[in-house]
Design a binder for this molecule. Structure first.
Ligand code: FBP
Length: 325
């Protein structure tokens, strides 16, 4: 029997949401963007696209050729289509008003290429996305993006690894689809994903320890020395949020990007990294906080607002919050 395809699942989501506004079309376009980005990543080594552009983005981070290419692809797949009115992207300082999207019912938040530091070492990378219904009428504006993650209609990610996966939820179960590259189609391989409890690894960049406050140091030490309630723990860190989260989703455990003494907000961005993954994590039975409150309760003020992130198995994230109090 042929496995369910991504497009067929999207059609079911459309019915789930009674979304006449083209939700399945938006999700199909994101699937197309993911397939195009996967193809560019595989070719980058041959066409000299593994390096930097020599510019920095609004985050003051060095921009790689594949960052720009991925952002261009996401914009291109929505142009001239009446679905997405605006895009908030890591790679663009301001909201991108989509040509032809004036009547669109949705806005998109996206990290076009998360983990791009892994580009030249053939490591995991990903595209993270969130879809909101517009909160205003007329020209798209910041208020359309100043919605908590609780308002997400759908969110997920494309994982570029040994295989390419599309993992998302539209408010129902979390589903994982794997790309059959020979026919360019995603097929259901991981139905109704639920994050395990009491197992898995802890995932944090311990090279940042000197920047943390004492409670954060003590928390990570507790995981490292197996003093947490769950005890046995391995350490895993892929250096790409999407890869680290995907492993945590499938095997359990916790991913942490703490705030720092001199940078309390940490590194990861709320709108297009933390909130979409928190939406997926909670729909898989997990938990995601900034160390104090649910990520999904936070109403963004700015497009590129950062928050600390503690995401994974509910028991681990709850223990992390207790130890940070
Ligand atoms: P971008 O690559 O999209 O900027 O995302 C930030 C990120 O690369 C995450 O994917 C990753 O988890 C984190 O930074 C790694 O940061 P660090 O090198 O400080 O551990």
């Amino acid at each position: 029997m042929t496995r369910l395809t991504l497009s067929e699942q999207f059609f079911r989501d459309q019915a789930l949401h009674n979304a006449s506004g083209g939700l399945s079309s938006v999700l199909n376009r994101l699937s197309l963007a993911g397939r195009m980005i996967a193809s560019e990543i595989m070719r980058a080594g041959f066409v000299g696209k593994l390096g930097y552009t020599g510019t920095t983005n609004v985050q003051n981070e060095e921009v790689r050729a594949l960052d720009v290419m991925s952002d261009d692809i996401v914009r291109q797949v929505f142009e001239k289509l009446p679905f997405i009115a605006g895009i908030g992207s890591e790679e663009m300082e301001d909201i991108h008003v989509v040509p032809g999207g004036e009547q669109g019912n949705y806005v998109l938040t996206v990290d076009p290429l998360d983990g791009s530091g892994n580009v030249d070492v053939d490591g995991q990378m990903g595209t993270i996305f969130g879809i909101y219904r517009r909160a205003t009428h007329g020209p798209v504006q910041m208020a359309d993006f100043q919605q908590s993650g609780n308002k997400l209609v759908a969110a997920g990610y494309v994982l570029y690894g040994p295989s390419t996966m599309f993992v998302y939820t539209a408010g129902g179960p979390v589903s994982g689809f794997t790309l059959d590259r020979s026919i360019g189609t995603f097929f259901l391989t991981h139905p109704d994903l639920k994050i395990p409890e009491g197992t898995g690894s802890y995932s944090v960049n311990e090279g940042n320890e000197a920047k943390w406050d004492e409670k954060t140091k003590a928390l990570v030490r507790a995981f490292r020395t197996q003093e947490t309630r769950c005890g046995k723990r391995g350490a895993r860190y892929a250096g790409a949020l999407v890869g680290d989260f995907h492993r945590t989703l499938l095997k359990g455990g916790i991913y942490m990007y703490p705030g720092e003494v001199k940078k309390a907000e940490g590194k990861l961005r709320l709108l297009y990294e933390n909130a979409p993954l928190a939406f997926v994590c909670e729909h898989a039975g997990g938990m995601a906080t900034d160390g104090r409150q649910r990520i999904l309760d936070i109403v963004p003020g700015q497009l590129h607002q950062r928050t600390p992130l503690y995401i994974g198995s509910k028991g681990d994230v709850e223990e992390a919050m207790e130890r940070l109090r």
